[in-house]
Every structure is written in C-alpha cells, then in structure tokens.
Design a protein around this ligand. Sequence first.
Ligand SMILES: [Cu+2]
Length: 151
Amino acid sequence: MRLTALGVLLALGAMACGGEKKADQTQTPAAQPAATQPAGPVVEVKMTGNGSTQAAFVPATLTIAPGTTVRFINVSGGPHNVAFYGDSIPAGAASVLNAGMANRMDNLSGPFLTTPNENYDVSFAGAPTGTYKAFCLPHVALGMKIAITVK
Ligand SMILES: [Cu+2]
C-alpha cells in the first residue's frame, strides 16, 4: 500500500517536473546575479558578433575615470567573456581587479555570458591608472580584444 502510494507520488512528481521545465524555458531569463548598483560611474561595452559580423567589444578601446565600473553586455554572438592579460595590466592591479570581478572562472577571467542582454560588471574601484588589456576567451582567435585605460 505504501509503495503504491509512493509510486503514484513519484509519477505525479515526474509529470509536474516535465511541466515546469517547459515553463522555465519560456519565461525565465537566465539567472541574473543579484543586481547591486555600482557606486561610481558605469560605462557600457557591448559584446557583439554572429555569422557575418566579426566578434568584437564595442568600443574596443576606451578611457575611464578611476572608480568606474565597466558593464559588459552580451548583445549577440555569445558566449562571450572578458579575461584580462596578467602581463598587460598595470603593476599591482591584479588583486584589485580580481576583487572587482564577481563569479570569476579563473584568475582575471569573468564568466561566460550566454544569454542575450546578460551583463557582467568589472569594478575598477581602487585600480591603479594605466592600460588594461583583455580578450574574450571564445573569440580571442577572431581578434576580440579590448584595451581599457584608467586615467
Ligand atoms: Cu566573444
């Protein structure tokens, strides 16, 4: 008796799960990290590309004020990410930059953005002045690179 009841519950559960999955795909925008509004200025960089357009950061070079947050937006052609070259950032910048990058995959390397309009903030709060060079891991071979100057 008990086993039978359990079997029914499991069957119902399986059906319910099947239904929920479909609902998730249609209505849930990818899990967004809790949005905390940066304290300083925010500058947006688009991540673009698809079959006919070359993968790129737009703009590919920019100058920001100290304390700026750079918001990378996955516009098209993802997945994209932003990964800084450890040898092409100012001396002493790595630890500050790592602290300003949530959910890193690796040293100086942000997570893959897979959903359109998903974005990722890199905080340059406390980062030394100078030029920070970075690339997109999936598209580095296609020349998807960026240079950010803190000045
Ligand atoms: Cu990319």
